[in-house]
Design a protein around this ligand. Structure first.
Ligand code: AP5
Length: 218
C-alpha cells in the first residue's frame, strides 16, 4: 500500500499514520518528524529548516523533495509506505510523481482529512509531544495517564514551538494558500478519498477501514 495522508495541520494525519504503519507493517514517513529530528541534532539541514518551521512556514521544496526521494530509496519502503505531510505544494507533488515514475511505482490512494479550522486550532494548541519517543498526546482528547509524562517511555512531554496560537494561524493560512490545491490535483488523478478529520480518533480509523476495504492494493 502506497498512501498519502493530506489535510491541514492538526487534522490527525500523524495520529492515524502511526496506527496504520503498525497494522500494515509499512513505514510512516513524516517530513515534519524528519525535519524536527534534524533540528534536534543541530545538523546543517536542521539549522536551515528551523528558520522556517518556527514561523510555521514551509521549508523550501528542493530541501524536502530531496529528503523524501532519498527516503523512498530505502529497502523498508519496498512493500509500501505512508507519506504524512508530504507533498505540501504542487511542485513537491510533481517531483514525487517524477521520482515514482522512474522507479516504476504509483501512489495507490490519497486520503484527505477534511477538517475545520476550529478543530485544528483546538487540537494543536492542546497537543503535547514526548521529548524521547515523539508520541503525541492531547491535554483533553488524548491525555497521558500521568500528567506531563509519556505512557510509552516515561519521557517528559512538551509543547511544540509551532503549536503556539499565532504560529498555528500562520500554518493554517499557508496550508490554504500552498497545500489545499493538492485536493484537486489528486482528484484529477482519481486517487482522492475524503473523510471527516473532525471525527474522534476511533471514528476516523473506522472510516479508513471502510475506505480501504473497497480498494485492492498492489
Ligand atoms: P508537520 O509536523 O507535518 O505538521 P503539520 O502538517 O502541521 O501536521 P501536524 O503534526 O501538526 O498535524 P497532524 O494532522 O499530523 O495531527 P496529529 O495527528 O499530530 O510539519 C511541521 C513543519 O515542518 C511545517 O510547518 C513546515 O515548516 C515543515 N514541513 C513539514 N513537511 C513539509 C513539507 N512537505 N514541505 C515544506 N515544509 C514542511 O494530531 C494533532 C493533535 O490532535 C494531537 O494532540 C492528537 O493527539 C490530537 N488528535 C489527532 N486526531 C484526533 C481526533 N480524531 N480527535 C481528537 N484529537 C485528535
Amino acid at each position: 500500500m502506497r498512501l498519502i495522508l493530506l489535510g491541514p495541520p492538526g487534522a490527525g494525519k500523524g495520529t492515524q499514520a502511526v496506527v496504520l504503519s503498525n497494522n500494515f507493517k509499512i513505514p510512516h514517513i513524516s517530513t515534519g518528524d524528519i525535519l524536527r529530528e534534524a533540528v534536534k541534532k543541530g545538523s546543517k539541514l536542521g539549522l536551515k529548516a528551523k528558520l522556517y518551521m518556527d514561523k510555521g512556514e514551509l521549508v523550501p521544496d528542493e530541501v524536502v523533495v530531496a529528503i523524501v526521494v532519498n527516503r523512498l530509496k530505502e529497502e523498508d519502503t519496498k512493500n509500501g509506505f505512508i507519506l504524512d505531510g508530504f507533498p505540501r505544494t504542487e511542485v513537491q507533488a510533481r517531483k514525487l510523481d517524477e521520482s515514482l515514475y522512474k522507479s516504476g511505482i504509483n501512489i495507490d490512494m490519497v486520503v484527505y482529512f477534511e477538517t475545520s479550522d476550529e478543530v485544528s486550532i483546538a487540537r494543536l494548541s492542546g497537543r503535547r509531544v514526548c521529548k524521547e519517543c515523539g508520541a503525541n498526546y492531547h491535554v483533553k482528547n488524548m491525555p497521558p495517564k500521568k500528567d506531563g509524562f509519556c505512557d510509552k517511555c516515561g519521557g517528559a512531554l512538551y509543547q511544540r514551538d509551532d503549536d503556539k496560537e499565532a504560529t498555528i494561524k500562520n500554518r493554517l493560512a499557508i496550508y490554504k494558500s500552498q497545500t489545499a490545491s493538492l485536493v484537486d490535483y489528486y482528484k484529477r488523478k482519481n486517487l482522492l478519498q475524503t473523510l471527516s478529520g473532525d471525527l474522534d480518533v476511533d471514528e476516523v480509523f473506522a472510516e479508513l477501514q471502510t475506505i480501504f476495504s473497497k480498494k485492492k492494493f498492489s
